[in-house]
Design a protein around this ligand. Structure first.
Ligand code: M6R
Length: 584
């Protein structure tokens, strides 16, 4: 969602601007920059995409900050875009999160004579800092006092007229600092500064930092200085580039064969800890949102079939349904690419409150979900820049497969399966690519697309439909094949496209569902390991047994991508969506 960048460096404004471009993938509808100029603070704010903006910023600024806004409080307007300035224009702030008590703070400030320009909750922070400067000697002291009055969540960066420093803080929203020679950075995620440095300090909640030529970290509550040791990031700048691919989505789809090859390379101690938590838990919940939730359902099928272990997949946003049953004997496996999804964090907190243990499966190192977890496995998918989850989904599935196999002592089989799938995945993509382009042409004109699957292909049907919806804006619905006759078949008419995900285990039943739809005029796209000349199209995917959910989703991701291209849409930035959903 919102993205923050703060830079202390030469040519800081341009570096902050480039940082914002790197954060574009998080999703935004307006953006802005601030840096010192002519004795004051120059602020520029724009609605829409950064791509169209010029870069004629001052080269002399040694500090700058920027923000991409995904509207929550107030419409998409320049006034509501960040940075927000204090009434006297001496302070500018960028904020990610929600100030829950902003109405009370605002009316208090109004009673003291402050006026406001925006509808946002964030603007109160700038005026509150101005107010605190009446009694505090230092800028950081005033920021700290202001932060102590905020309720809700925040990551902020603030600057003051005439001071060559940035003050940053986090509590509940991500903020990471970058340390380079003669430069420091603050950002919502490290992709904003990875081209400048790989040395990062992941701020803890309830801490703040002062950035000038040096960097100091403090506890916000007490003001006590804390030790901060930078970590070396494992992601590279090149990984966050498109390279020769037209879109990140395509690049990330094609990265999957390589990633599957190394999916089993997990640190032994981390794997053992995770597996022993799974073995000893009396109840196991898998929880996540969106695509990550689909991985949870798939994982539950794998645990049932491979490990003969019951797992309850639960939508993180509906976790309260389990509240009365979660206890200290339960294990909650929290699955998330970003590790910052607000609904998931709430589910984790509910479970922790009941004494349950948390095991995280995340892609982003040091993310909030990782910090809240008692054990974590990293997906090692590298930066996923496209808003749509593709490679993180298959890495989640690969980890689920490995975990279920470890629990039942069949890890060597799983490793062999994944290694074979790695080669198989490249062939699946390559051999079906032209046919998929052709199918995409027809589907791009559809009003609705239905996707069915049974057993372990059922979650893949849900994921296929989500991919199509997100990227092409065509209504798509995925469901279990047998559910067809319980309602959805009423929507099938002449020409309605239906994708049927078939495996050797489900072929007979799912084919009969396909025939039911074809009898009512549906055009059937059969995805299976054997050809189906009786139907309109066949996409061939070799049988990978327990790994079928991974194999089947690959051509479906590609199909969604090509439908979007047919419809002249940008697959990397679907409308209204954000990469990491940090609001509930
Ligand atoms: O970062 P997370 O995995 O926690 O994100 C969960 C969902 O927001 C995410 O999977 C979303 O559904 C994607 N747009 C799917 O492509």
């Amino acid at each position: 969602m919102c993205g923050i960048v703060g830079v202390i460096s030469d040519n800081a404004a341009l570096k902050a601007f480039n940082g914002l471009r790197a954060l574009e993938y998080r999703g935004y509808d307006s953006w802005g920059l601030a840096y010192p100029e002519s004795g004051g603070i120059f602020v520029v704010k724009k609605i829409g995409q950064i791509g169209k903006a010029g870069t004629d910023f001052s080269k002399s600024a040694g500090i700058a900050m920027g923000h991409t806004r995904w509207a929550t409080h107030g419409k998409v307007t320049e006034e509501n875009a960040h940075p927000h300035s204090s009434m006297d224009k001496s302070i500018a702030i960028v904020h990610n999160g929600i100030v829950e008590n902003y109405a009370e703070l605002k009316s208090e400030l109004v009673s003291k004579g402050y006026s406001f320009k925006s509808e946002t909750d964030s603007e109160v922070i700038a005026n509150l800092i101005q107010e605190k400067l009446k009694t505090e000697k230092t800028f950081e002291g005033a920021v700290r006092k202001a932060l102590l009055e905020l309720e809700g969540s925040y990551a902020i960066v603030a600057m003051r007229k005439g001071e060559e420093k940035l003050v940053c803080a986090r509590d509940g929203s991500p903020l990471v600092l970058g340390v380079a020679e003669n430069a420091c950075f603050a950002a919502s995620d490290a992709t904003a500064f990875i081209s400048e440095t790989k040395k990062a300090i992941f701020l803890e909640d309830g801490t703040m930092a002062v950035l000038n030529k040096q960097l100091k970290v403090f506890e916000t509550k007490t003001g006590a200085q804390l030790k901060a040791v930078p970590k070396e990031l494992s992601w590279d700048f090149e990984q966050a580039q498109k390279g020769d691919y037209e879109h990140f989505m395509l690049k990330e789809i094609y990265e999957q064969p390589r990633l599957l090859k190394s999916a089993a390379n997990q640190p032994k101690d981390k794997m053992e800890k995770f597996v022993s938590m799974l073995r000893f838990a009396q109840k196991i919940y898998f929880t996540g949102c969106g695509t990550s939730y689909h991985a949870c359902i798939s994982g539950a099928y794998m645990f049932s079939s491979i490990a003969k272990t019951q797992v309850m997949p639960v939508l993180a946003s509906e976790f309260s349904l389990q509240e009365n049953f979660v206890d200290e004997n339960a294990l909650v496996v929290a699955v998330s690419q970003s590790g910052e999804t607000a609904d998931l964090i709430e589910a984790i907190n509910i479970a922790k409150g009941k004494g349950a243990k948390i095991a995280g499966i995340v892609n982003v190192m040091d993310s909030t979900v990782m910090r809240l977890s008692d054990a974590t496995l990293l997906m090692n998918a590298g930066p996923e820049i496209c808003v749509l989850s593709t490679k993180s989904y298959t890495m989640q599935l690969a980890l689920m497969l490995l975990l279920a196999s470890y629990v039942s002592g069949k890890e060597e089989e799983a490793k062999r399966l994944l290694s074979g799938l790695s080669t198989g995945a490249a062939k699946i993509l390559e051999s079906n690519s032209e046919k998929i382009k052709e199918i995409a042409k027809g589907l791009s004109r559809a009003k609705d697309i239905f996707v069915i699957g049974r057993k372990n292909a059922f979650p893949t049907a849900l994921e296929t439909a989500l991919k199509i919806k997100e990227v092409s804006y065509i209504h798509a619905e995925g469901f279990a094949g047998a559910e067809l006759k319980h309602g959805t078949i009423a929507l099938i008419e002449e020409g309605t496209p239906a994708i049927v995900l078939s495996t050797s285990q489900t072929r007979k039943q799912v084919a009969s569902n396909a025939i039911e739809m074809r009898s009512r005029g549906a055009k059937i796209i059969m995805v299976d390991s054997i050809p189906h000349p009786d139907f309109d199209f066949s996409i061939l995917v070799p049988d990978f047994g327990e790994a079928n959910p991974i194999a089947l989703v690959l051509p479906m991701q590609l199909l969604a991508y090509y439908i979007a291209l047919e419809r002249k849409l940008d697959p990397d930035k679907p409308r209204n969506l954000a990469k990491s959903v940090t609001v509930k």
